[in-house]
Design a protein around this ligand. Structure first.
Ligand code: SF4
Length: 480
């Protein structure tokens, strides 16, 4: 019999095509980032469980066994972890099901730092199925991470876990029955649902089928434009290629740059604006980049849920006469890397030159937290913060744009566009993978780390800052 589970229902809420592929187990392999997310969720769950010491834990059971053991625990009026209940062709496994007199409370565990919109239909589907199965639901709660929690010694579950009553929001959802039937039909259908690319491809989660569905779009499509309201309008009107946008249609200034570059098939830049940016640089330039990892449950004292913990940096000092120096740090072992990293960095960022980063909000956030957690270094960190210049600015403002950037201005797009060099030949070629590979090898598994992996990490972070040196060189040539 076809069954619709809670996770299938939620996939249907995002997109029926995603549901169809997921039901046939035809989704791409889980990415390193997604696996890390799941692992973090499981870690958090362990601390939530500590708050219900008398509960029956059914997380190790599956299918029929899970449903039968749930029934036994229900008869004994026990709180249950992973309570499995089926009503006709609908099935739920609820994170926590707790008796309250003759009624029941329903808890959903989410390893986020706030209640999110998508948590509500998740609980609404569970409530619907449980009520159809004869249970009276008293309250619905989301249990999530307290973002203000700062670890000091052993984790205190009571302080780590936040609880919000969302019963009212859940009760406002009244389309469960219709949706569930619709999603069951989708699963049963032998034909793949037609492509319906929408804003939902990224909401609430980036869809794992994006490459499959978006791969058929023209090279320069309207989804590269920055004004998303306008580009979805174009898309729904059947205008998919940027070249097909009617000439008389007015676009926002940044999108005009994109259209001009695509139509002329060449780079578009503003000498005047780039000159203005270059004049803000104070030599020598300290090109700087952090790599960080984060965990739902903090593992070091003086850190919070999902705080970015820097474990590596690369620093290229570019002098006006062309001289280049390189410094780097890559932590080793399982201990908190922050203090050692800070101390080394302090000896290397000297003088008064600009500290050049690419997309400053990230480096500013990490440095600000370092100053907060290690106040003895706050004065130095604050001086560095005052010297930061964001090399992404000319690209964010579309004062330089090459059609190969496809509407983006990350260093991964800008570097190849402006220098012809990129990350393709590296073993590790993105920050997300670098972070998780470091975390898994050095912290989670504490395995004997291969020199090769450490070298790959150094190569990756080193290219980020060397790439910034090359970008500055190219900008200099443009304004000559
Ligand atoms: S990429 Fe978009 S259209 Fe394709 S399955 Fe995912 S959400 Fe649906």
């Amino acid at each position: 019999m076809t069954k619709l589970s809670k996770s299938a229902y939620m996939k249907g809420e995002q997109c029926q095509r995603l549901l169809w592929f997921a039901d046939r187990k035809q989704l791409p392999e889980v990415s390193l980032a997604d696996q890390h997310k799941f692992d973090q969720g499981h870690d958090f769950e362990k601390y939530v469980y500590l708050l219900f010491p008398k509960a029956v834990d059914l997380s190790g059971t599956r299918g029929k066994e899970n449903i039968e053991k749930t029934q036994e625990a229900i008869k004994k009026k026990k709180t249950i972890f992973e309570a499995g209940v089926q009503f006709e062709d609908l099935f739920v496994r609820s994170d926590i099901f707790e008796p309250v007199g003759d009624n029941w409370n329903l808890y959903e565990i989410k390893s986020t730092t706030q209640v999110k919109k998508q948590h509500i239909p998740d609980l609404a589907f569970q409530k619907y199925v449980l009520e159809k199965a004869g249970f009276k639901i008293n309250k619905c709660f989301v249990l999530f991470l307290n973002k203000e929690y700062v670890k000091k010694g052993k984790i205190k579950a009571k302080e780590l876990v936040s609880k919000e009553d969302v019963t009212e929001q859940v009760e406002l959802i009244d389309d469960i029955e219709g949706n569930a039937q619709k999603y069951l039909e989708t699963i049963k259908d032998d034909c793949e649902p037609p492509i319906t690319i929408t804003v939902n491809c990224n909401k609430p989660y980036p869809c794992p089928l994006k490459e499959h569905c978006w791969g058929t779009l023209p090279t320069n499509n309207v989804l590269h434009l920055t004004n998303w309201r306008q580009y979805w309008n174009f898309f729904h009107q059947g205008i998919v290629d940027i070249k097909d946008i009617p000439k008389e249609t007015e676009l926002k200034p940044k999108d005009e740059v994109i259209r001009k570059a695509v139509n002329k098939c060449q780079v578009v830049y503003s000498k005047e604006h780039i000159k203005h940016f270059m004049n803000t640089l104070k030599w020598p330039l300290y090109h700087f980049d952090f790599e960080t990892f984060d965990t739902a449950v903090p593992i070091y004292d003086k850190s919070r849920p999902y705080q970015k913990i820097p474990f590596q940096y690369s620093l290229h000092i570019q002098h006006e006469d062309g001289k280049l120096e390189h410094f780097e740090y890559l932590a080793d072992g399982t201990k908190d890397p922050r203090l050692k990293l800070l101390e080394q960095l302090k000896g290397e960022i000297e003088g008064n030159g600009s500290v050049v980063v690419f997309n400053k909000s990230f480096e500013i956030m990490v440095l600000t937290k370092l100053a907060e957690d290690f106040p003895e270094h706050a004065e130095w960190v604050n001086k560095v913060l005052g010297r930061i210049v964001d090399l992404a600015v000319p690209f964010q403002n579309f004062h330089y744009y090459c059609p190969t950037q496809k509407g983006r201005y990350s260093i991964k797009k800008v570097l190849p566009a402006i220098t012809g060099k990129g990350y393709d030949n590296l073993e590790i070629n993105n920050g997300g993978d670098a972070s998780i590979m470091y975390f898994n090898s050095h912290i989670k598994n504490n395995e004997e780390v291969h020199n090769k992996l450490r070298q790959d990490l150094l190569n990756y972070c080193g290219l980020d800052t060397e790439g910034m040196v090359w970008i500055v060189d190219e900008l200099k040539k443009l304004i000559k």
